[in-house]
Ligand binder design. Structure first.
Ligand code: G1P
Length: 293
């Protein structure tokens, strides 16, 4: 692997259609749906920054320009807010546009997560990098990717975030096979991975959650990985290829993961995030108590 040991770049695959959220996502990218008052992709970008990344690569597709606009300077908006003396809101808007260096690359065909990651190859180069799936919003004291960076510093190998999923729901995930590392029950030495297995074929209950740190070798592997589950180029299959030559670890992170790309997941996340907010939480809690459930 390369000698570059610091993870500086994070890839955000954001080219999917968001069909689980139709009709809201017919003209709005699902990554721009608001969780309380912030687009879900911004939670991921803030997590990447908090983990020490300083370059964000967003893999977009047609109809996704709202993402670029969101992280750009909005001259008209800022001018108007300035004229009206709305300094608080001006700061909120500027904070987003001055957040980080972003690059965009297009995934022209919906060929899967592995293909999306491959699109970022030229922008990442020969160094380890992170992947954040924006649908997976993780609420954690120490940001999930930061937890993984700390592990990466020790192991210098690819790491995928994992969480236990009970029952047939496991079929919606990539699933790890592996053994806990002696002395560190949060870390798994991965021996195999399967994308979206039938419940009976799942090698364990350890599902892959949308946070990865990967070595650049994955790009060569993805170039030659055959299409897998759903007829798509699966990142999980590429990572399986890594196992031939490198160690891969599963990391059971501390925190709560919300699937904000799913209606029910988004509703739960909205309630939990709103209750935690200083400005909204107390009134929202009082309101919820009045509901006769
Ligand atoms: C993707 C990955 C899968 C992973 C999941 C986590 O699936 O392919 O391995 O478990 O994200 O959210 P998707 O949800 O895009 O179908």
């Amino acid at each position: 692997m390369s000698t570059q040991t610091k993870v500086r770049k994070a890839i955000f695959p954001a080219a999917g259609f968001g069909t689980r959220f139709l009709p809201a996502t017919k003209s709005i990218p699902k990554e721009m749906l608001a969780l309380v008052d912030k687009p879900i992709i911004q939670y991921g970008v803030e997590e990447a920054l908090a983990a020490g990344c300083d370059q964000i690569v967003i893999v977009t597709g047609r109809g996704k320009s709202a993402i670029e606009d969101h992280f750009d300077v909005s001259y008209e908006l800022e001018c108007t807010l300035e004229k009206r003396g709305k300094t608080d809101l001006l700061a909120v808007s500027r904070q987003v546009s001055h957040m980080v260096r972003l690059s965009y690359v297009r995934q022209k065909e919906a060929m899967g997560l592995g293909h999306a990651v491959l699109m970022a190859r030229d922008l990442v180069g020969d160094e380890p990098f992170a992947v954040i799936l924006p649908d997976d919003v993780i609420d954690a004291k120490v940001p999930c990717l930061k937890q993984m960076m700390d592990v990466f510093e020790q192991v210098q190998s690819s790491i995928v975030a994992t969480q236990v999923v009970e029952g047939p729901a496991i079929s919606a995930y990539g699933v790890l096979d592996g053994k806990p590392v002696a002395g560190n029950p949060k870390l798994f030495d991965v021996s195999g991975l399967v994308e979206k297995p039938k419940p009976a074929d799942a090698p364990s209950k350890n599902a892959i959650i949308g946070r990865y740190i990967l070595t650049p070798k994955i790009f060569d592997l993805l170039e030659h990985t055959p299409l897998g589950a759903g007829g798509e180029l699966q990142l999980t299959d590429g990572i399986k290829g890594l196992l031939q030559t490198e160690k891969v670890y599963g990391y059971s992170f501390e925190g709560v993961r919300h699937d904000a790309g799913d209606k029910f997941g988004m509703l739960k996340a909205t309630v939990e995030f709103a209750l935690k907010r200083e400005d909204l939480g107390p009134a929202f809690r009082d309101y919820l108590k009045t509901l006769k459930l």
